[in-house]
Design a protein around this ligand. Structure first.
Ligand SMILES: Nc1ncnc2c1ncn2[C@@H]1O[C@H](COP(=O)(O)OP(=O)(O)OP(=O)(O)O)[C@@H](O)[C@H]1O
Ligand SMILES: [Mg+2]
Length: 212
């Protein structure tokens, strides 16, 4: 049987530990001999990385921000994600549309209606809808994420937002997870790296070795 690629995204508020855990997931998959592409949003393509730079630095209207996020996503799907899945490879993506739901929707107040319209345009609908097979939301209390963030580099336009913004983003992520429990797993990221990785290994083994 030919290997089938899976589309996996990691989500969570800034400083939750997404990139740290995605790097670990990549190593874990490599050890199992799984071919994968590791990518991120905003970004992932040459155009997308230029959009990322603008999105993280340039003040703009909420709807402009949302449209640019989805424009970058369209390009990312066409150039990177869909070709990799077609080759039977896994796609590991640091943020995808759930981030738009949480940041532009929850954080900034974009209507759900507008989010769903763009999601449908870019990702399709019904049986042909393109969505990650599995999304891991790394969930931590705000105080912990702030601590982890401030230990690192200079803050971007989203990271500089006030605490109530991050609280709304976190709440929107959890709401999204509750509405799609089959796709989205909430991981308690307020634990040691080792504890989290034990859980990740179980989750990944289950999908890697499941029949499809
Ligand atoms: N479980 C953990 N326990 C302690 N520290 C952690 C844990 N997970 C991540 N960290 C640390 O917290 C910081 C932020 O982690 P990371 O960059 O992975 O977060 P992120 O979710 O990718 O953030 P961003 O949204 O800003 O990209 C890093 O210094 C990382 O080493
Ligand atoms: Mg990161």
């Amino acid at each position: 049987m030919a290997a089938l690629g899976r589309f996996l995204s990691v989500e969570g508020i800034d400083g939750a530990g997404k990139s740290t855990q995605l790097a670990w997931i990549a190593e874990w998959l490599a050890k199992q001999g799984v071919a994968f592409v590791q990518t991120r949003e905003p970004g992932g393509t040459s155009l997308g990385e230029k959009l990322r730079e603008l999105l993280l630095t340039e003040p703009m209207h909420l709807e402009t921000e949302t449209l640019l996020m989805f424009a970058g996503r369209r390009e990312h799907l066409a150039q990177v994600i869909l070709p990799a899945l077609a080759r039977g490879e896994w796609v590991l993506c640091d943020r995808f549309s759930d981030a738009s739901y949480a940041y532009q929707g929850g954080g900034r107040g974009l209507s759900r209606e507008k989010f769903f319209a763009l999601e449908k345009w870019v990702q399709g609908s019904g049986l042909h809808k393109i969505q990650p097979d599995l999304t891991l939301i790394f969930d931590v209390p705000l105080a912990i994420s702030q601590e982890r963030m401030s230990a690192g580099r200079a803050l971007d336009r989203f990271e500089r937002e006030a605490a109530d913004f991050h609280a709304r983003v976190r709440a929107a992520y959890l709401e999204r997870a509750a509405s799609e429990p089959e796709r989205i797993r909430v991981i308690d990221a307020n634990r040691t790296l080792e504890q989290i990785q034990t859980e990740l290994a179980q989750i990944l083994s289950a999908i890697l070795y499941q029949e499809r």
